[in-house]
Each structure stands twice: as C-alpha cells, then as structure tokens.
Design a protein around this ligand. Structure first.
Ligand code: 13P
Ligand code: ZN
Length: 274
C-alpha cells in the first residue's frame, strides 16, 4: 500500500490540518506524534528506507522497537496535507530505547520535531498507565490557554477548577484535571521529564507562556480534548474581558452531582471552597 493511503496516516494528516484551521499552528508551531500499531507498521513496511540511527536525547526503554509517525522539526502544519512526505516522518526506536532512525518521509532532509523527547517520554508514561491504549501525543500553541498563563496561578488546581467552571462538559471530558509546567526552555530532556511526570496523572499539560500537550487513545479523542480545553479557556478569557468577577458559577456541590450522574470521579483537591 502507498504509505499516505494508510488509514492511520490519513487520520494523522487530517488532525494536523484541523489544528492548522483552528489557528493553533503559526509557522512551525506545534507537533504531533502517533504510536503505530504492529499491523499498521506491516501494512506500509514495503515503503521503508531506513536511515542512520540518531540519539533521541533521552531514554525510553518502554518504547523499544516501537514505530512512531511524527511531524518534522521546522515543518509547517499547514503543509502536512499538501506535502506529507516532506513534512512528516516515521521513526523506529532501537532495542535500548536510546536511538531512533527515520524509515519513511522527510524526503528533503531534516529531523523529527525538536520536542521528540517530550513526545516519547509522554508516550512511555501513557503506554504504561493506560495498558497500551493511548497512542497520540499532541502539542499545540493554543491562544487562549497561553493568554491565561499570564493571569492564573500556574497550578493544576487553578487551571483545572477555572476551566471546569467554564463549560459543563469539561469535568466529564477531562475529569483528572490539567497539569501545569512553569516556563522552561523547550525542546530538551528537562521539560520532557517535567511534562511526563504530569502525564502520570493528567491527559493535559499546560506549558506556561508556550502552549499545551494533550494525550489520548486516538486522533478524534486527542483533538477533541485539546479543542475542549482551549474552548473553555476562550470562554474564560471572554468572561474576564466583560468583568473581572463571575456573578454566578458551578459550585463544588454541583460538580459532585454531575460526577455522580455522569459516572466520573472528580478529585476532591479541585473541589475546594473559594
Ligand atoms: P518543531 O518545529 O521542532 O516541532 O518545534 C515547534 C514547537 O512548537 C516547539 O515547541
Ligand atoms: Zn511549541
């Protein structure tokens, strides 16, 4: 099969373009990765042309011999549907989880996203804590969430509670809450370590003054999660632009009632009295 005809590649490209259309990917902003299923790897293996091994820059032994489809560093999301073979690559991880090699894509040269350490360390955590169910890690420069990182305290409690209050579906879509990484230099192991620690508990991590990481089972759920969090942030920005204080909101008791009816458990640490 032609590489770009495979369903997982089509799903990846559609999601990248959806993110572009939302305005979350100025220039080369943001990156996306997908942990490819064994049968999907086999379905496109005939297209592979392995390049030389390169260091990942961190260690992910839990991902040994796995394959990932990832966006290229410096590549623009708006070009993914037009020139996928220039914008994306499929990589293979070695048996130690220390090195990767490109097996498809980036035909005009280049390397996987500079956030590869964060993507792979998040994948490693999510693979473990979800028993292999989660396959997608998505980083986007979501405007309203970034704006809020200049205004809200940089804590999981503040971001989770404020965003839960802005739309009734939020606690159902992200019941475990949202983690926050303070400002750090992007693109390396250090920020990857901090983000992947949060991914043990949350599906969403905010990067202060930068953007967001979301994790999920498939493209629909991961895009939907990013979209829901960012929309809630947009409502909060609009609400605060009209007046600084809420006149009324959803109360802790009402969140508990919602949790009962929708069969989700909401950590009590987010249901504090204000
Ligand atoms: P890349 O182009 O290397 O993926 O970097 C974009 C980005 O958003 C860095 O945080
Ligand atoms: Zn970024």
């Amino acid at each position: 099969m032609k590489f770009t005809d495979a369903d997982f590649v089509q799903g990846f490209m559609r999601m990248a373009n959806d993110g572009w259309e939302q305005g979350w990917h100025e220039r080369n902003g943001g990156n996306l990765s997908y942990r490819v299923k064994d049968e999907e790897v086999e379905s496109v293996r005939e297209n592979f042309e392995p390049k030389e091994w390169q260091p990942i820059g961190t260690s992910v032994p839990g991902l040994a011999r796995e394959y990932f489809l990832v966006t290229g560093s410096g590549k623009f999301f708006r070009n993914v549907i037009l020139k996928p073979e220039d914008s994306l690559c499929m990589i293979e991880i070695d048996e130690a989880g220390e090195n990767y090699r490109i097996v498809w894509g980036l035909v005009n040269g280049g390397r996987p996203t500079s956030e590869l350490p964060s993507h792979l360390m998040n994948h490693e955590v999510k693979k473990q804590v979800t028993d292999g169910k989660y396959r997608v890690i998505y980083h986007a420069h979501t405007t309203n969430i970034i704006a809020l990182t200049f205004v809200l305290p940089l804590t999981a409690e503040a971001f989770t509670r404020e965003l839960w209050e802005m739309a009734t579906e939020c606690p159902v879509v992200f019941p475990s809450g949202i983690g926050v990484v303070p400002w750090m230099v992007p693109g390396g192991r250090e920020i990857a370590v901090e983000t992947s620690k949060l991914m043990k508990e949350y599906d969403v991590a905010v990067w202060a003054h930068h953007g967001m990481f979301a994790a999920g089972e498939d493209f629909d759920l991961t895009f939907g999660l990013m979209h829901t969090v960012e929309k809630s942030a947009e409502i909060l920005v609009k609400m605060r632009s009209m007046q600084p204080q809420k006149r009324q909101t959803i109360t802790p008791e009402q969140f508990r009632a919602l949790a009962r009816d929708f069969n989700v458990s909401l950590p009590e640490k987010f249901l504090f009295e204000k």
